[in-house]
Design a protein around this ligand. Sequence first.
Ligand code: DAH
Length: 365
Amino acid sequence: MDEMEQMRAQALAAINAAVTLDALEAERVAALGKQGWISALLKTLGAMSPEKRQEEGPKIQGLRQEVADAIAARKGALEAAALEAQLASQTIDLTLPAPEAPQGSVHPIGQVMDELAEIFADLGFSVATGPEIEDDWHNFTALNMPESHPARAMHDTFYFPDTRLHNAAQQRSMLLRTHTSPVQIRAMLARGAPLRVIAPGRVYRSDSDATHTPMFHQIEGLVIDKGIHLGHLKWTLETFLKAFFEREDIVLRLRPSYFPFTEPSVEVDVGYSLVNGKRVIGGADGWMEVLGSGMVNRKVIAAGGLDPDEWQGFAFGTGVDRLAMLKYGMDDLRAFFDGDARWLAHYGFSAFDQPTLSGGVGAVA
Ligand code: DAH
């Protein structure tokens, strides 16, 4: 009996000390396995007198149960600990500081294009696009600049010399578009009338100095509808420039001019005031030219596949780079294309700063 009590204490201690499931299984086999000591005890019952068996039976069965329970409890504890350890080793510690992220900013040209799209979207314009590698029909001919037209020479065009016969049937040679105006033609042909689109994008001219780069950006506007007149043009440009420069005191002056694709044509000046010797848009101390525009020439409407007796419209075009410089106070165009990270850090905009009309389209640099 003492011996049984000793074995019991030893077995329970060993079970509770088992640190692996394998060690625990060894303890189970030693006690409850076929050759185990508790199994051996159970076998002794058969040889006992009924009285003795009555006495010893429950004790041995109780011992067997106690040891089996201890093994089950230990097994549960070891399995839970193993799961804990696995979970701990697979945890991602979200409290760690984030790795250093690359710091970027939105280029002022992208910012201004977003602002323009926002302003014109509010006026019911959608964005139209066209290819930067354009053919001379869309870039010139359809815009009332036939082969011999002197305005062609003024555009300092980059031609692709080996594409003269690119499209032999139509004799269209390829070039880098010199303005966004060809998108007027593409939009009319693709969408028909009525039409309200803006077309922002890159344009190219063989020209380079402090105020000209071989690649620059323009935005084109085109409205085609019935009964459109110069008053619609003036109101639209005034509304646009007030929203863009975020000032109410925007004064416009329309000067007669000439563009092949508009008739009549006007150049639009905006009034500026002098603040500490610097020109600031708004007021009327002096005038600055900001846009070319006019009523769309009948020939252009016809080239767009529409009947000029039925449809009229106005168009305008201007330099996005120049608008950005005027609004955000930069004075060298070339810096826009230098890719200097310090300049971008200074003049760039946060990607989280989406232009909205309600917030005032402009952003804080
Ligand atoms: N395409 C002209 C240029 O690049 C700008 C322009 C003038 C566009 C008058 C127009 C317009 O739509 O009506 O100089």
